[in-house]
Design a protein around this ligand. Structure first.
Ligand SMILES: [Zn+2]
Ligand SMILES: [Zn+2]
Length: 165
């Protein structure tokens, strides 16, 4: 995810392709290790370098409903501007003029986090877990009577029902 812009003169662009692993901040929804594949162009315009490209991130999740692990590819476009000189534009990323290398890792992470879902479901029709025995209902039925209501609770349910009316 490092781009060497040593020989990229102003007014010129170059095509880039890269891939690698990144570590995301801790979360209960997604796994920290993600794999990135990206391609795009970097253009130098009077010392402002613009990266424009497409990223495909492979991210691991734990299903919110059945707890199963699954991977999902998340694709997004991103445009970011880099400069060696400090500017008052907060949108511009600063990079060191010492080695002329732009590191795309942080900008990619920032963009990826904006594109991650708040909730993760292994499939739209995930059936979840049986609340009686914990069996994953996507693997078939377990035979539990999940409509059964403990008679001790039934009274309480009635109270709630009456309140609603
Ligand atoms: Zn699921
Ligand atoms: Zn069950």
């Amino acid at each position: 995810m490092n781009i060497n812009v040593d020989s990229l003169n102003s007014g010129f662009s170059k095509e880039i392709k890269f891939d690698g692993n990144i570590t995301l901040p801790k979360s209960l929804v997604y796994h920290q290790d993600a794999h990135i594949k990206g391609r795009g162009t970097i253009t130098n315009s009077y010392g402002k370098y613009t990266f424009e490209g497409n990223i495909i991130a492979k991210v691991g999740f734990d299903c919110n409903s059945c707890l199963k692990e699954f991977n999902k590819e998340i694709a997004f476009d991103m445009v970011e501007v880099f400069s060696k000189e400090v500017t008052d534009d907060e949108e511009i990323w600063l990079f060191s003029s010492k080695d002329n290398i732009i590191n795309l890792e942080e900008p990619i992470k920032t963009n990826l986090l904006l594109n991650l879902p708040m909730k993760a479901l292994c499939s739209e029709n995930c059936k979840g877990l049986c609340h009686i025995c914990g069996h994953n209902l996507n693997d078939g039925d377990c035979g539990c009577d999940r409509d059964y209501i403990d008679p001790r609770f039934e009274k309480i349910l009635h109270l709630f029902k009456n309140k609603e009316v």
